[in-house]
Design a protein around this ligand. Structure first.
Ligand code: GLU
Length: 157
């Protein structure tokens, strides 16, 4: 279980997210990533290895936004690679998560049958798809989040 940071600001949050991840590097991790909200949607950059590898990638893939989240991962479900690094996203939702979703297998099967395409081997990826599933029915982000959380089983951190 590693680290999560988030920021909302009048200025670009990318440097702050990277500084935040840097402050929790001591916990250990196998990969790191950030997502920011942009006018066009969600931009995500993630990379295996040290935070410097993510910084190097971000110097080539410039992203910026006024709200964002970041994560350092310690893999429990799915090998430590870039695809499995967090955040996990779909068109409308980006999620970082520490811990384990115990019922991820049955949720993945059900969401796949509902038409969601999974990009990773992680337990975490069920979360953004669950939120989107409920959002498409209630059109209310808070309600969709709460309904999604009710479906998740696992130990509290
Ligand atoms: N279970 C998640 C994964 O394997 C979260 C790992 C973590 O806590 O960093 O991606």
């Amino acid at each position: 279980m590693c680290g999560i940071v988030g920021s909302i600001s009048h200025s670009n949050v990318v440097p702050e997210l990277l500084d935040g991840l840097s402050n929790i590097e001591y916990r250990g991790y196998d990969s790191a990533g950030i997502s920011v909200q942009t006018e066009g949607g969600i931009s995500t950059v993630k990379q295996t290895g040290k935070l410097q590898a993510l910084r190097d990638l971000l110097s080539q893939q410039l992203i910026s936004g006024h709200a964002g989240i970041g994560h350092t991962r310690w893999a429990t479900h799915g090998e430590p690679n870039t695809r499995n690094a967090h955040p996990h996203t779909n068109d409308h939702v980006a999620v970082v998560h520490n811990g384990i979703i115990e019922n991820h297998h049955e949720l993945r099967q059900w969401l796949s049958a509902e038409g969601f395409i999974f990009q990773s081997q992680t337990d975490t990826e069920v979360i953004p798809h669950l939120i989107s599933y409920y959002y498409s029915r209630c059109n209310d982000p808070d309600q969709a989040l709460n309904q999604a959380l009710e479906r998740l089983q696992g130990p509290l951190p």
